[in-house]
Design a protein around this ligand. Structure first.
Ligand SMILES: Cc1ncc(COP(=O)(O)O)c(C=O)c1O
Length: 466
């Protein structure tokens, strides 16, 4: 029986062997040389064939698993992910599934009955408007009905965002990101992002069989010197950035670094994918990359974190020259975002309740951030004053998997760091808490109490006694 054997580079500047093997696995999946469900060669056999140690192969397979390309099954081997298993690392638990669980693992906008009321009002208005019903029942232009595009562009401006180029109506922020990756990249190409970033971006990168590079972050955001060094070795096709609020750490990109990033993008000719889905009010934001480099920035926004996650309406702003390519990808994926949902979103944002809701939510998030930061102060939590997430580095010796499991059994769900890791850097020992998600302030208090108790209790796993 023939086995799949990757070709390794030779020469002085080659990447470590394990990484070359892991990347060959990704490329072989992209080209179809390895198929979904196929078993990778047994580790010893591949080690002998390549003249490397079994440890190198183990590390390579672990790396490929970390990237979401393969999955190891105890006692059986390592298999290329099929459609069922590929989604596992971006698995989400949806509200209402677990009785009694306080879920702080998903960044939902804080609960308010106005959200349902506003949707109900928008839908009843539509039902009473025969022209709107007729419009919603017909196919529309791929990038969206012109009236919706205009209303959404006006709304972005009203919220203080830069508006440039062509506005495309999408089915939410995730769709906007996926559309950009599908349009601008080919399988196997390199894309860069903060070393910790939004898991949905990482999932879309895997889904498109791209090679992710994680750029280290410090207190001022993405390390542009590190990105410059990457460009000297290999220029990424695109750099993804959430400039005002990194998800999960909450770190904002400094103003000078924004300028440097825009200049670097021009010098090396890569695209910038700017994501503002995690909403902050205008006074908490820095200069948009769309303003600094409009000719190469694609800008993603969504109604999810300000109106409602279920609407699935978002905006993608693209440079004029990309309009036709994006439109053709959109047609290939879904023809167009459903006009009924765009109509509901446009009616909702036209009502004064939309602004009132955003103002309420901004205050509520500030209250919750402050409350959680006060209670967890000794653990040095990180987060934006009015942001949705808190990043909590764990005390020395605590592991995020263990703290996650203890919290889950005590009725609080939080996120572990692995889904946020881009590229191959090891995950830090930390957890992410979404302060907006608990249904009420009381539920937040209860969750904080449990988190403190679990952290104070110390490591109770058997390993701590070894
Ligand atoms: C940074 C970021 N971008 C995009 C999205 C996806 O937004 P949507 O729900 O509109 O697809 C999220 C969702 O949490 C996010 O945090």
């Amino acid at each position: 029986m023939t086995i799949w054997i990757p070709e390794l580079e030779s020469g002085a500047r080659q990447a470590p062997r394990y990484r070359q093997i892991a990347e060959s696995i990704g490329s072989a999946i992209a080209t179809g040389d390895l198929s979904p469900g196929e078993r990778l060669p047994p580790q010893r056999q591949l080690a002998d064939a390549l003249g490397v140690t079994v440890g190198t192969i183990t590390r390579a397979y672990n790396e490929a698993q970390h990237r979401g390309w393969v999955q190891s099954r105890v006692g059986s081997g390592t298999y290329v992910c099929d459609e069922e298993s590929a989604g596992l690392s971006f698995d989400v638990h949806v509200e209402g599934e677990d009785n009694g669980m306080i879920d702080m693992s998903l960044s939902f906008a804080p609960h308010h009955t106005w959200r349902q009321q506003c949707l109900r009002d928008a839908l009843s208005e539509i039902c009473q408007d025969p022209d709107a019903i007729a419009m919603a029942s017909r196919y529309q232009a791929d990038i969206g009905n012109p009236a919706h595009r205009k209303a959404l562009a006006d709304w972005l401006e009203h919220l203080g965002f830069t508006t440039r180029g062509e506005l495309v109506v999408t089915q939410g922020g995730q769709h906007g990101l996926d559309l950009c990756l599908r349009t601008l990249t080919r399988p196997g190409e390199l894309v860069a992002a903060d070393a910790l970033t939004y898991p949905g971006f990482n999932a879309a990168v895997r889904h498109a069989y791209l090679k992710p590079a994680g750029i280290p972050l410090d207190d001022d955001g993405m390390d542009i010197d590190a990105l410059t060094r990457l460009c000297q070795r290999q220029v990424p096709r695109l750099v993804y950035i959430t400039p005002d609020q990194n998800n999960p750490t909450g770190i904002a990109l400094g103003e000078e670094r924004r300028q440097q990033l825009a200049e670097l993008a021009r010098r090396h000719d890569f695209w910038l994918l700017e994501d503002h889905v995690q909403y902050l009010p205008p006074e908490d934001r820095g200069t948009s990359l769309l303003e600094l480099a409009p000719e190469r920035t694609l800008h993603v926004f969504s109604t999810a974190k300000v109106l409602s996650g279920g609407l699935r309406v978002g905006t993608l702003q693209v440079p004029q020259r990309l309009r036709d390519r994006i439109a053709s990808s959109l047609r290939a994926e879904t023809w167009m975002a459903p006009p009924l949902m765009a109509e509901a979103a446009c009616r909702w944002i036209a009502s004064p309740r939309a602004d009132e809701l955003i103002a309420w939510q901004t205050e509520e998030q500030q209250y919750r951030q402050q409350r959680a930061s006060e209670r967890l102060a000794c653990y040095r939590p990180q987060g934006q004053l009015r942001g949705s997430n808190i990043w909590l580095p764990l005390p020395e010796g605590r592991r995020s998997s263990e703290v996650h499991a203890l919290l889950e059994s005590a009725g609080v769900r939080v996120s572990t760091p692995e889904p946020f890791c881009t590229g191959s850097e090891p995950a830090p020992q930390a957890i992410r808490l979404c302060v907006g998600s608990p249904h009420t302030r009381d539920a937040l208090e209860k969750a904080l109490e449990i988190i403190i108790e679990v952290l104070e209790r110390g490591d109770t796993s058997p390993w701590s006694t070894l």
